[in-house]
Design a protein around this ligand. Structure first.
Ligand code: C2E
Ligand code: MG
Ligand code: MG
Ligand code: MG
Length: 272
């Protein structure tokens, strides 16, 4: 009797596992189709200069409107895409589409905005990445210095020489590089200095609550000092209140993003 119950349990897990795998496969196939059917689109979140209060750039954040399941978060579908070559297809689409859209905004409306695009760690291993960036700039006429590529701290610290080479090839094109989600990885000052970066983005988890906690504010103060010591522009992510914004300005943070300053929106909504 115990044996048959045990078997039943195995079958149950089997079914659950099979369903999970089937759902993954379906989602992956859906994502493949999505690239070609307009379900993927970039939202843009304002990046604000804290001295002038002006919007100086926008970060492209990919969105997926699934025909059946509605909005799916990049936190769910980017990791799915990263499991295969799909991330490279997706990454190239984002580069082409956002550079085109931003060049049009700059030319059509005379807006001097810079564009931030997220790169996945896997894209650094793609031999087509550097030519794709070069092509996107050449085709759209977007000045290379107006494009910042964001790579997360944990991706940068993988420390493969191939990744370092790609980063320096990207810099030779004239584009800027940012370390994203700073504080969530374990990079040392030495590593930060060795990688020639332009911008450091303090992860949202360090910004939340800085207005109410002296310890949290002290940590952000020291990150800003350290980043400035090696000549990096500092951006605070996830600013949600006026108090956080005021404090960051006081602490000498250069730029900020967050719901308090503007949510990610489609270009047509952000620049209506
Ligand atoms: P990220 O690059 O660190 O982007 C910041 C995330 O924080 C975005 O989430 C943004 O919508 C969210 N955010 C901005 N301000 C606030 C705020 O005040 N409060 C809160 N709670 N959240 C805020 P999102 O759009 O869901 O994207 C999540 C992550 O997915 C991004 O983190 C990035 O790592 C990745 N991602 C998004 N688009 C792309 C893409 O085109 N390519 C790649 N490789 N990754 C992408
Ligand atoms: Mg980012
Ligand atoms: Mg981030
Ligand atoms: Mg992130």
């Amino acid at each position: 009797q115990a044996k048959s119950r045990g078997r039943g349990r195995f079958e149950f897990f089997d079914v659950a596992l099979r369903e999970r795998m089937q759902r993954r496969l379906r989602m992956e196939q859906d994502l493949r189709d999505a690239v070609h059917s307009g379900q993927l689109w970039p939202a843009y979140q304002p990046v604000v200069d804290l001295r002038t209060g002006e919007m100086v750039g926008v970060e492209a954040l990919l969105r997926w409107t699934h025909p059946k399941h509605g909005a799916i978060s990049p936190a769910e579908f980017i990791p799915l895409a990263e499991e295969s070559e799909l991330i490279n297809v997706l990454g190239k689409y984002v580069l082409r589409d956002t550079t085109r859209e931003l060049a049009a905004l700059r030319n059509g409306r005379g807006l001097d905005l810079s564009l931030k695009v997220n790169l996945s760690v896997r894209q650094l291993d793609d031999p087509h990445l550097v030519p794709a960036v070069r092509d996107a700039l050449a085709t759209t006429g977007l000045p290379p210095g107006s494009l910042t590529l964001e790579v997360t701290e944990s991706a940068l610290m993988r420390d493969t020489s191939a990744a370092a080479e790609v980063l320096s090839a990207l810099r030779s094109l004239g584009v800027l590089l940012a370390i994203d989600d700073f504080g969530t990885g374990y990079s040392s000052l030495a590593q930060l200095r060795r990688l020639t970066l332009d911008t450091l983005k303090i992860d949202r988890s360090f910004i939340t609550g800085i207005a109410d906690s002296r310890d949290a504010a002290a940590i952000v103060t020291s990150i800003i000092a350290m980043a400035h010591a090696v000549d990096l522009t500092v951006v605070a992510e996830g600013v949600e209140t006026a108090e956080e914004l005021a404090l960051l300005r006081e602490l000498g943070c250069d730029q900020a993003q967050g719901y308090h300053l503007g949510r990610p929106l489609a270009a047509a909504e952000l620049f209506q």
